[in-house]
Design a protein around this ligand. Structure first.
Ligand SMILES: [Zn+2]
Ligand SMILES: [Zn+2]
Length: 354
């Protein structure tokens, strides 16, 4: 497998997205949470409290030592459904808008919009589900293809709840087939980023005589992670670094992983032809022979998919594949039966496109 020199110049930043703080219904303040992220060596944290940009206006966005903090908010409709994350915006929209309206408005304001926990279902009456239903909305940039809180809540029932509270990360398996399918379909029309959200609130919960903090931040920051893979290092300037981060998410230059299954840092997925080397979020023309390369830092089952269908599967740390058809290619990696890594797409364009 070739190891082109320029691959070494790609820069990987690992962080966590969709965090709640005491600005809304989380249990720690943003400065306290930043400290936790710093101790774990996270490169960035993306906060999205409900309907507030308080900490953005307090000036907390930007570098905090080696951790970049991005502050957006989570908006929902009047039935508290259709949750939507908005970053790179300075004002909170009025609460009475419909999902279609707020998706459009965030887009018009130049913000980055992400559909949160699209297909939630839940089994305990005290925790209602908040799925996305407004699929006619236009102008969003991404979808949470894997939401820690949703999957955990879906798995929970009366019998297992004690175990689930004591060991929340053990129960994460994979993104749902339904969400992955929607995401692949959308990508046939245009680029839509697939991202993960921990959706951590860390609220205290009473179970009989016991009292737990569900999902301490420290535990949650060691589950679903976002890995940005950039061709240029993040700037030390706050505004520049923010532009780079927003831009790379919009352009799908990332993969997500469940840290619980192993540290995915160093995973690479790229395609090469005679005169091009491209990564996630990029397009490559099939006019010249296109070969895909996947490298995983730990042994796993690697699947390469084209438009949602598996075209090659390999056990180990490498996969190589000669692309024989145009389409949107992406990678899933599993350890045991559990999902570990999910990449964004690389597009192979028909020869006539070049
Ligand atoms: Zn939500
Ligand atoms: Zn949330």
């Amino acid at each position: 497998m070739p190891d082109p020199q320029n691959l070494h110049e790609w820069h990987e930043y690992v962080g966590v997205a969709h965090i709640h703080s005491t600005d809304s219904d989380g249990s720690k303040s943003i400065p306290e949470i930043i400290q936790i992220g710093q101790k774990l060596g996270l490169d960035f944290l993306m906060f999205a409290d409900h309907m507030t940009l308080r900490s953005l206006h307090l000036g907390l966005e930007g570098w905090h030592k080696k951790t970049f903090v991005l502050i957006g908010y989570e908006i929902h409709d009047q039935n508290n459904k259709n949750h939507f994350l908005a970053f790179d915006v300075n004002e909170v929209l009025p609460a009475e808008l419909t999902p279609k309206e707020y998706v459009k408005r965030i887009n018009q304001m130049g913000g980055l919009g992400i559909i949160a926990h699209p297909d939630e279902t839940r089994n305990l009456p005290q925790f209602p589900a908040y799925p996305w239903t407004a699929w006619d909305a236009e102008g969003f940039d991404g979808i949470e293809i894997w939401n820690q809180m949703s999957e955990w809540m879906e798995g929970i029932n009366r019998l297992n709840q004690l175990k689930m509270f004591l060991s929340p990360r053990r129960f994460l398996t994979s993104p749902t087939t339904k969400t992955l399918k929607i995401w692949d379909e959308l990508n046939k029309q245009r680029k839509v980023c697939g991202i993960s959200g921990v959706d951590v609130h860390a609220y205290p919960y009473k179970f009989g005589p016991f009292k737990f903090v569900i999902f301490p931040y420290k535990v949650q920051f060691q589950s679903l992670r976002v890995h940005l893979v950039l061709k240029q290092a993040l700037s030390s300037d706050d505004r520049m670094a923010k532009r780079q981060m927003i831009d790379s998410i919009r352009k799908c230059r990332l993969f997500i992983s469940n840290y619980r299954r192993g540290d995915a840092k160093g995973f690479r997925f790229y395609a090469e032809s005679k005169n091009q080397l491209v990564g996630m979020g990029d397009s490559i023309s099939q006019a010249k022979k296109v070969i895909f390369f996947v490298y995983a830092p730990l042994r796993c089952r690697i699947s390469l998919l084209c438009d949602g269908n598996v075209v090659r599967e390999e056990k180990g740390t490498h996969l190589q594949y000669l692309a024989d058809q145009p389409g949107n290619y992406r990678v899933e990696a599993y350890r045991g039966k559990k999902g570990w890594i999910f990449s964004n797409h690389i597009r192979v364009l028909p020869p006539s496109h070049s």
